[in-house]
Design a protein around this ligand. Structure first.
Ligand SMILES: Nc1nc2c(ncn2[C@@H]2O[C@H](COP(=O)(O)OP(=O)(O)OP(=O)(O)O)[C@@H](O)[C@H]2O)c(=O)[nH]1
Ligand SMILES: [Mg+2]
Length: 397
């Protein structure tokens, strides 16, 4: 999974480390803490001198306490006329905490209280960020997402002071993880919770281009709901492709789920209507409505989908995209969203996707959450998506 993207990101990390280290050696002192060095940002008389370090930290934390007490009184203005920064706001949230490193008003203080003196600038990152851009573009990540990740990286890394004791590998990885997480962080929708809360029967309609995995996803979701004790019916709304009705019927048979179907080439909206009647009469909880695959460029078929929507009145429309399609999956999702309005995405075939471009781009580009990812062809191979899951896959050993 995401093999090629993982390799490219790892190459980028090496390159970025080299660039940051080059900066260190150019400075000529190997990044050693300079005794008595002063930081323009922090009042730290005597910092760097071993004996006074703990005194300094005490001072810093005492200040933190005092600032906390004054917090409710609103922002202060310091001598230079800048907005005062409370130590809380100065202590970075960047995940560096726990590495024995605190970031205080642009300075890093290690656990021994040593203050580093090399600040990463945007220029230091120029070369490596170009590598990152190439890596992401080659992995089919959409251009605006590439730009966003780059700007997040600049935000995360510039101004950070590094020195002899800094774990640069970790610094870069944390920045990259956070940047990727940020583009993936569209408001999360918990599918199971959504189903539980919604008035019954809940209608979920699945749309997408040909062969992306709609019908098998319906089987998997039917299986998931059944395991959770939620009743559902499968609806053979693909009356167009030969064999589609039989395919869904087979899933129904395997899973012990009712399938509502009409003859081939009948009106899919009429099948949806029957399914609604059936679910209401039998008090079923969920209707999973299959639709025929259609190219986003086929106006007639896109219009037909609007008609199915009008009749079925779905509570949720799910776009099923093939992750192997990369950026095309993103463009397709945009088109389907424009036509019927989608509420979430399921990306299939993640198990065979080396690039990861669609997974990285789709949520940010269309502003809709990825609900699940398909990780194989079995009924269990559908897992809820969250941004941490994706970053873990990209950085696992
Ligand atoms: N490896 C892998 N294969 C998948 C996954 N999801 C679906 N497939 C396979 O993709 C193929 C197409 O799946 P379908 O469910 O028929 O796709 P569809 O979108 O309903 O296709 P149409 O109805 O023709 O538009 C099948 O062979 C599935 O087994 C997945 O997550 N991983
Ligand atoms: Mg199908």
């Amino acid at each position: 999974m995401f093999k090629s993207l993982k390799e490219k990101l790892s190459h980028f990390k090496k390159k970025a480390k080299e660039d940051i280290n080059k900066k260190e050696s150019e400075k000529g002192d190997g990044g050693k803490d300079r005794p008595g060095s002063t930081s323009p940002d922090v009042d730290h008389k005597g910092a760097g001198r071993p004996k006074k370090e703990s005194k300094f930290l005490k001072k810093v934390f005492a200040r933190k306490e005092r600032k906390k007490e004054r917090e409710d009184q609103g922002p202060k203005v310091n001598r230079e006329g800048e907005k005062g920064i409370t130590l809380e706001s100065a202590v970075t949230e960047s995940g560096l905490k726990g590495d024995g490193i605190l970031k205080v008003q642009g300075s890093l203080i290690d656990e021994k209280g040593g203050i580093f003196s090399k600040k990463i600038t945007e220029k230091d990152l120029d070369n490596s960020l170009f590598e990152l851009e190439l890596a992401l573009l080659e992995s089919d990540v959409a251009q605006p997402v590439v730009e966003r990740i780059k700007s997040f990286m600049i935000e995360e890394l510039t101004g950070i002071k590094v020195g002899r004791k800094t774990d640069i590998d970790d610094l870069i990885e944390q920045a990259l993880r956070r940047s990727i997480n940020r583009v993936l962080s569209v408001e999360r929708v918990d599918f199971d919770e959504f189903i539980k809360k919604q008035k019954k029967p809940v209608v979920v309609m699945f749309v997408g281009v040909n062969g992306t995995g709609k019908t098998t996803v319906i089987g998997r979701i039917g299986h998931r709901l059944k395991k959770a004790g939620i009743s559902c019916v499968l609806v053979a709304g693909d009356t167009f492709r030969a064999g589609a009705i039989e395919q869904l019927s087979k899933h129904g048979e395997n899973l012990g789920l009712k399938v509502i179907k009409h003859k081939a080439n009948s009106d899919p909206a009429a099948v949806a209507y029957d399914a609604l009647e059936h679910a209401r009469a039998r008090k079923k909880d969920v209707i999973l409505l299959d639709t025929a695959g259609r190219m986003q460029t086929n106006i007639n078929l896109m219009d037909e989908m609007k008609k199915i929507k009008r009749v079925a009145k779905p509570d949720m429309i799910v776009f099923v995209g093939d992750s192997l399609a990369g950026n095309d999956a993103v463009i397709q999702a945009q088109k389907f969203d424009e036509t019927v309005g989608i509420d979430g995405v399921i990306l299939t075939k993640i198990d065979t996707d080396a690039k990861g471009g669609a997974a990285l781009s789709i949520a940010y580009t269309i502003g809709k959450p990825i609900l699940f990812v398909g990780t194989g062809q079995g009924y269990e191979d559908l897992i809820p998506f969250d941004s941490n899951w994706m970053t873990e896959r990209l950085f696992e050993g």
